[in-house]
Structure formats: structure tokens, C-alpha cells
Design a protein around this ligand. Structure first.
Ligand code: SF4
Length: 483
């Protein structure tokens, strides 16, 4: 028996539900998501696609007949982390085999796409490697795995994965809460020199407007109230509109704002270059479009922006921010920063600090640069020493933290619209979110989950705001909320 056969019992139980002793039970799938919301969305779609094939979701990997690791390639040493996770699951697979139960291990997502065959070579316990464009093929691929094959499927197919993936199931939507993510666009054509996405997710592909609208209608019918449209480069969206012509993200948002029951819309992640007139105008036209925009800039230095191949200057970025603010005064911004990109001087870094001061962010995510194998920046000379990077990161984060505190602090005593999402930890408490995604804890009747209510902020905590209902709901409102 070689490494590949370890933990593989002789008898297979396929299709799911045809248990060998004649007793039928559903197969259980455990999907572990790493990385961004797009992976979380893909994980949900995988579970939805496997449900008609007899799979039920389980939160415990040890109970599962199929474990899918939906991987992310963005962070440092991503592949190594996946191999160590596979090692952990392999132990569970061997324990299952000792009990006469077969556990299939599948690796999906960006590491699967990037590593391909290498995963099977290094980790023989893996049965299936499936790239991010091929999840709709899972039932067929699993049938082949159960027939004895070990498969790597990382092609970028011509068929539309979204057309072939199962629609979200009402019972699954309900269990996922009142806020949902919907992928509207995948892939990226920008080729920033530090980023693996164009290689792992391929070229930009957008879903047609009406197919997205149908999915959002389905979510709304299952009591979803807030939808975040996601894509690696979401504002490059150019899906086919009902008129047969490509539609912008702004037009898509206009269409979705008409879906009954959807009270909040958001989108991420955007590129400054693709912030077009339609999208900027949508912020002025659509009350449902939340005034909170994540707009990564990465650096405040034109020299570094050029080396990153960002295709915009510092001034371009500031101009976009100014146009958005002119459209809607209460907009707040978040961003991403990479410090210590190859060749970044102290002056370049100071340009980043002054940009942060100039814009004033609600919050921002900042990281030190670390090379991703296969990207142009990984081979650039003039890499910045680690101590220098760490020192700059600390200085940048001090400014961002000060801005974040100031942003939150201004809400003390104010009344804000809060979408109530779920019960809190205390009896009678609910947790919701402001338009700026701040968590708010408030005492309120459970029937109000899914409603937007005015809440007066009474206290600013570290990670949450505390408040009180500004108006007590009438019996009629409570009845309507519960209806
Ligand atoms: S725009 Fe975003 S996803 Fe595309 S290459 Fe640049 S960082 Fe990566």
C-alpha cells in the first residue's frame, strides 16, 4: 500500500444514502473555508450543489465523509499552511478508516488552482484537487473518486460555473442569517505585481444581471435583508443586462435596489480605476446602498504605485474620494495598505502616511509586503529589510487606529439606523450593524430581527457600540415584523 492508499477502506458507499448494510443515511460534508468572503460564498454553493447528491453539512470534520478545504493563496506561506491542514485531516481519515468508514479529502480554491498535481504528489491522502472554476462538477468528480480515481481538475472551463452551480437552498439561506454575500464577478485583469489573483482566478468574468437578480430575489424570500455583492475586482463588473448590453455595477445596484425586502446593499472589493460615473451616481441615488466604501489604495507614493502596476496615481485616488464625497456627504472609507514593497523608501512611506491623514479612513487593513511565488514583485531587487517593514507597519497602524477611534467616537449620543441581525449574549439583547458595519448591542424584542431600527448610541466599546432603541416599537410594528 503506498501513501495514496492510506486510510482507504476497500468497500465504498456510493452513491450517498446507499449504505452497505442496507441502512440509508445521508453523507456528511464538512467545508472549511480560508480567506475571503468569495471563498465563503463558494463554500456555500458547493454545499448547495452537493445537497441533491445526498450530502448534508456537518460542522465537525471528524464526522464527515467528505472534507473540502477551500483554500486561499493570499497570505504568506499559504501552500505550507494547507499541507499542514491536510496532515491534520489525514489523521481523521485514518481514524475513520479504522472504523470502516471512508473519508474523502478534497482541496479546492486558490491553492488548489496554483499547486494542482503537486498537492497529490506531496499529500497522497488527498483524493480530489478541484480548481475554483469547477465546483459545479463536484458530484461527477466525487463519483469518479468513489470509483477509485484520484483526480486533479484545475482547468478554466468554457462553461459558466455559476449557471451550473445549484441555487442557494431556502433552509440553508435561513441558517446563514439575514446578511448574504453574492458573487457577481470573478477574476482580475489588472495584474498588480504583488498579487496572485489573476493567476489563480483567471480573467474577469461577470454574471448576467437577471441571474444575479433572481438569486437576490430568492435570498429576499428567505428573509435575507442585506446583500453584499462580491468580486475580486467587483467594480469592473460588466455582466449582460436585460437589454443585451453589458451593464455597469451601478446599473446592477439600481436593479437590485428594486428587489422587495432588500434594505441594504454593499459591494467589495473595488479598484480605484473602475470607480465609474454610474457607480458614483448610484451612491447619491440609492438609499439602500450603504455609505461605506472599501477602496484599496495600497500606497500613497506614485513611484510605488507604478512599481505595483496599480494603474492609478495618488491624485487619481484622491479625486475619486472627492467625487464620492461630493455625491454623498456621509460616505466613509476603508482601504488596504502594503508597507515595505520592494524599493519603498522612507519618503515613499511618508507619502502613504500623508495620504491616510488627507483622506481620513474609518478603518484600514495594513500588511507588510511578503513575496508571493510567481508574481513579478517576488523577483524585484531592493527588498526592504524586515525590521524596516515592521517599524513602518507600526507607525501606519498607529495613525489608522487613531482615525478608527475618532470615527467610532463621533457616534456617542447619535441616533443611527441599525439592522438587527441576531440574538446577543444576554437575554433580551440583539446584535445589529450600523450602515458602517459597526456592531451594536441593544435590548430589543426578538421579533425585530431583520428590521432596521433607530438606535441611540450610549456607549462606545472596543469592538462594539452599545445603544438603546430610540423609539419603542408599537404592537402593530411588532406584529408586522413577525409576520
Ligand atoms: S486589482 Fe486586486 S485582485 Fe486584481 S491584481 Fe490587483 S490586487 Fe490582485
Amino acid at each position: 500500500m503506498d501513501g495514496r492508499d492510506k486510510g482507504r477502506p476497500d468497500r465504498l458507499d456510493w452513491p450517498p444514502g446507499s449504505h452497505r448494510n442496507g441502512m440509508s443515511r445521508p453523507h456528511r460534508v464538512h467545508v472549511k473555508s480560508f480567506g475571503c468572503q468569495m471563498n465563503v460564498y463558494d463554500s456555500h454553493r458547493m454545499a448547495d450543489t452537493l445537497a441533491p447528491a445526498g450530502y448534508r453539512e456537518t460542522a465537525e470534520a471528524a464526522d464527515a465523509d467528505l472534507v473540502i478545504l477551500n483554500t486561499c493563496h493570499i497570505r504568506e506561506k499559504a501552500a505550507e499552511k494547507v499541507y499542514s491542514e491536510i496532515g491534520r485531516i489525514r489523521v481523521l481519515k485514518e481514524e475513520a478508516a479504522a472504523q470502516g468508514r471512508r473519508m474523502v479529502i478534497a482541496v479546492a480554491g486558490c491553492v488548489a488552482q496554483a499547486e494542482g498535481e503537486e498537492i497529490i504528489r506531496r499529500a497522497g491522502a488527498v483524493d480530489l484537487v478541484v480548481g475554483s472554476q469547477n465546483y459545479h462538477r463536484l458530484p461527477g468528480l466525487l463519483a469518479r473518486v468513489h470509483a477509485g480515481e484520484q483526480i486533479v481538475d484545475t482547468e478554466f472551463p468554457v462553461d459558466d460555473k455559476f449557471d451550473a452551480l445549484a441555487a442557494p437552498r431556502p433552509e440553508a439561506i435561513a441558517s446563514r442569517g439575514i446578511s448574504a454575500f453574492v458573487t457577481v464577478q470573478e477574476g482580475c485583469d489588472k495584474f498588480c505585481t504583488f498579487c496572485v489573483v489573476p493567476y489563480t482566478r483567471g480573467a474577469e468574468v461577470s454574471r448576467p444581471v437577471e441571474k444575479i437578480a433572481a438569486e437576490v430575489e430568492r435570498l429576499a424570500e428567505a428573509n435575507v435583508r442585506e446583500v453584499t455583492l462580491i468580486g475580486q475586482n467587483v467594480n469592473a463588473y460588466h455582466g449582460l443586462g436585460a437589454d443585451g448590453r453589458p451593464a455597469t455595477l451601478g446599473k446592477l445596484l439600481h436593479r437590485l435596489a428594486k428587489v422587495p425586502g432588500i434594505v441594504r446593499l454593499r459591494y467589495m472589493t473595488s479598484h480605484p480605476r473602475d470607480m465609474d460615473d454610474d457607480l458614483i451616481a448610484a451612491h447619491g441615488d440609492l438609499p439602500a446602498l450603504m455609505p461605506y466604501v472599501h477602496l484599496p489604495v495600497q500606497s500613497g507614493s506614485d513611484r510605488i504605485l507604478a512599481a505595483m502596476n496599480r494603474r492609478h496615481t495618488r491624485q487619481d485616488y484622491l479625486d475619486v474620494i472627492a467625487r464620492l464625497r461630493a455625491t454623498r456627504a456621509d460616505l466613509a472609507f476603508t482601504s488596504d495598505f502594503i508597507v515595505g514593497f520592494p524599493g519603498e523608501s522612507e519618503d515613499d512611506f511618508r507619502a502613504t502616511l500623508t495620504l491616510v491623514e488627507e483622506v481620513g479612513f474609518a478603518t484600514a487593513y495594513s500588511f507588510t509586503y511578503s513575496p508571493r511565488p510567481g508574481t513579478p514583485a517576488a523577483d524585484m531587487e531592493d527588498q526592504v529589510p524586515d525590521e524596516e517593514k515592521s517599524d513602518r507597519l507600526q507607525r501606519l497602524q498607529a495613525v489608522i487606529t487613531r482615525q478608527w477611534r475618532a470615527f467610532n467616537g463621533q457616534f456617542a449620543g447619535r441616533t443611527v439606523e441599525v439592522l438587527l441581525e441576531k440574538p446577543g449574549k444576554l437575554p433580551g439583547q440583539l446584535v445589529g450593524r450600523t450602515p458602517y458595519l459597526q456592531a451594536v448591542q441593544v435590548m430589543a424584542p426578538r421579533l425585530l430581527i431583520g428590521s432596521v431600527v433607530p438606535v441611540t448610541i450610549t456607549e462606545i466599546g472596543t469592538n462594539t457600540l452599545f445603544g438603546a432603541l430610540a423609539e419603542q416599537p408599537s404592537t402593530r410594528e411588532l406584529t408586522a415584523a413577525g409576520a
